[in-house]
Design a protein around this ligand. Structure first.
Ligand code: CTP
Ligand code: MG
Length: 162
């Protein structure tokens, strides 16, 4: 029971990052690609069409609102968790494209973890985590991300189950 309570406490600490990561998927059908369809020096897309300006802002704003609802006095926590999640998600796509993994194709670990790793690093001055807590958050985020994406697929929000 204590472990479950501990887990919810950790999820609560990074909730703005989770919300920022999830809302583009739910709210953005299509949009303008952040990379403006530009290619990197390897000739492959910089980020690919799955990362849109609309998605970035929907995620960023909803993450900030979540953080401010949780703790109105800590704007920097809300800001860094939310921005970190969005930047980490872009980093994941950037790495996927360098590895020649197409948009929407699965990339274990990158798909689930880059958003939370960057969110943790950026927010570490404004939310208190021990190294152990950071490690645990990354670890539990992987199955949570996999399960929520599977549910999103089953209810028809997502085209693929990852
Ligand atoms: N999305 C968006 N803008 C973002 C992030 C996500 O519009 N900055 C939307 C896109 O519709 C995207 C969906 O959310 O297809 C799911 O996000 P994700 O799984 O991260 O993107 P993928 O399409 O799988 O692309 P990639 O292979 O680059 O991860
Ligand atoms: Mg994906």
């Amino acid at each position: 029971m204590d472990m479950i309570k501990e887990m919810f406490l950790l999820i609560w600490k990074v909730l703005p990052a989770y919300i920022a990561n999830a809302t583009p998927l739910i709210m953005v059908r299509s949009g303008h690609p952040i990379d403006l369809n530009k290619k990197f020096i390897d000739g492959r897309p910089l980020l690919g069409p799955g990362k849109t300006i609309e998605g970035f802002f929907v995620g960023f704003i909803s993450g900030i609102l979540t953080g401010l609802l949780q703790n109105p006095g800590n704007l920097m926590r809300a800001f860094t968790l939310s921005l970190g999640a969005m930047l980490g998600d872009l980093l994941g796509s950037f790495i996927k494209r360098r590895l020649n993994i197409g948009r929407g194709r699965p990339a274990p670990f990158l798909d689930q973890a880059t958003f939370i790793i960057v969110a943790l690093l950026l927010s570490s001055k404004f939310e208190s985590y021990t190294i152990w807590e950071m490690f645990t958050i990354i670890l539990i985020t992987i199955p949570i991300h996999l399960i929520t994406n599977m549910v999103a697929y089953m209810v028809g929000i997502k085209k693929v189950p990852w």
